[in-house]
Design a protein. Sequence first.
Length: 184
Amino acid sequence: MLNALVTNLAAEGEPNNPLIPAWYDIIWSGLWFIVILIVVWKVALPKLTKMLDERSAAIEGNIAKADEAQKQAEAALEEYTRQLAEARTEAGEIREAAREDGKKIVAEAKDAAATEAARITATAHTQIEAERQTALVSLRSEVGTLALDLAGGVVGETLSDDARATAVVDRFLAELEASEKAAQ
């Protein structure tokens, strides 16, 4: 086929290169190229530029929003960290105050117990002393009566004078107490 084309061209007599188009093809191609270039330049390029600008603005807006969100997140994290530190400090203060209150309560309880024990001990000593005095008085009267009865039986007479009998009994008991103290 190539052979036939070359033969036809040689027969026409013009040396025509098949790679170079004819002049009317160049003119029509150039005219359509200019029309397409004007349409692209006036219609498609502004729309494309507008779309790219909108997309660029949206991306920049999203980046700004992301930066703002990150700053807010960092601020919230700092606030949370600060509040956590304050809460820990407050918890430590409360714990320390509770320890101090516990120590005060224990000390007050010990003081109250010591006071109550001292009061009970004093009451017991007073009661013991009162019972001892009662027992001593009772014992003196019984010992005195027994001593008088025995002395009356030994002597063979009754001691009817109460004042004299009481003086004798008291002297006897005093001597007895003095001998006990000397023995200790």
